[in-house]
Design a binder for this molecule. Sequence first.
Ligand code: NAD
Ligand code: MG
Length: 397
Amino acid sequence: MPAASPQQLTLLGATGSIGASTLDVVSRHPGRYSVFALTAHRAADRLAELCLRFSPRYAVMTDRHAAKKLRDLLQAGHCATTVLEGEQALCEVARAPEADVVMAAIVGAAGLEPTLAAVAAGKKVLLANKEALVMSGQLFMDAVETSGCCLVPIDSEHNAIFQSLPGDFRQHPEAIRRILLTASGGPFLDTSPERLETVTPEEACAHPVWSMGRKISVDSATMMNKGLEVIEARWLFGVASGQIEVVIHPQGIIHSMVDYIDGSVLAQLGNPDMRIPIANALAWPERIDSGAGALDLFEVAALRFMRPDFERFPCLPLAYQVLEAGGSMPAVLNAANEEAVAAFLDGRLGFCRIADVIAATLERDGWPGIETLEAVLEADARARSLACEEIRKRGAK
Ligand code: NAD
Ligand code: MG
């Protein structure tokens, strides 16, 4: 049943892959959702097109030159959207009283403060930006608890787990034996270690199952994406790291599972299409059409599962290690990974050196606890500068 008046949506990261899928779902339900604010970093042309189509009240560009360009484009198109600029404006549209739902789909640490602003304001928060939760962990979940905000995961695995758990799962943690986190294994699942040394950004971004932004595509290729998702699952579902098992499932049909102590295993299945978790989260606890096709099990025919290879994909054990170590270590891992991936994407670092840079950064001394947001941001900044040193030491391929 559509709501009496449309729910107002702030979409952080509107010009990205999740942004596009979100707007696709929203455009199927015009009476149910209305776009309050759209944000992007530099893609003024793309954001202008979206403003002309969805007429949001606000558009935010974090880059000031791009903001000027957007204002000119919107003026020429007679569009009434108000253009704001800078990072603070992201927080303003995330916490604005008019916004009911906030989709957190900025990539990386840049999404942390606006996502926390939406959480603190008690919005319904749809979390795609896993890096924000990885960096701030307990701090993030404490903020959810304090504000009573409704947090729904968008990552397909976590949304599958969310759908496979009862609403009161936090009251019965002993009922869960394991979380089985599925992973496609990325484009290099069968690539030899020698060949991995020379893979290019284009090869790394050619994911066999999902079409995504470039940073998460590289994370999938190194399997750091799964490592970040292990940390994400620990915080979202309150389970110990030893209870989270990664299962390689190359077809991407089972999106993850919950293994209960009585031997029941509950899973969520579907075609690999991000509009499914997005529609689920937008409408939750109701269901709406996502635009995704029906799953054809006869076409799928058989499902394959394998153990992950921790030696070939060292980013995955690094993620388990930082989860055990706690404090600011997950934030350090995330920051070093973002710097190493950026260096790989612009040809300054070989693919196999990404894990080396992260491991070397984690080994540096003096990482503090993270009792405050300032401490998280400090650890993030120091980790980036140390990771850049490590990248320079290793040079280009
Ligand atoms: P993307 O690169 O396609 O889009 C990123 C968006 O963030 C863009 O709108 C960009 O303008 C904005 N952005 C980038 N840097 C910014 C900055 N410094 N300040 C403000 N805005 C900035 O990324 P994506 O694939 O859509 O992924 C977005 C998030 O969702 C990531 O955290 C990713 O891990 C997560 N996620 C993505 C998928 C997927 O299928 N794409 C699946 C699961 C989770
Ligand atoms: Mg995922």
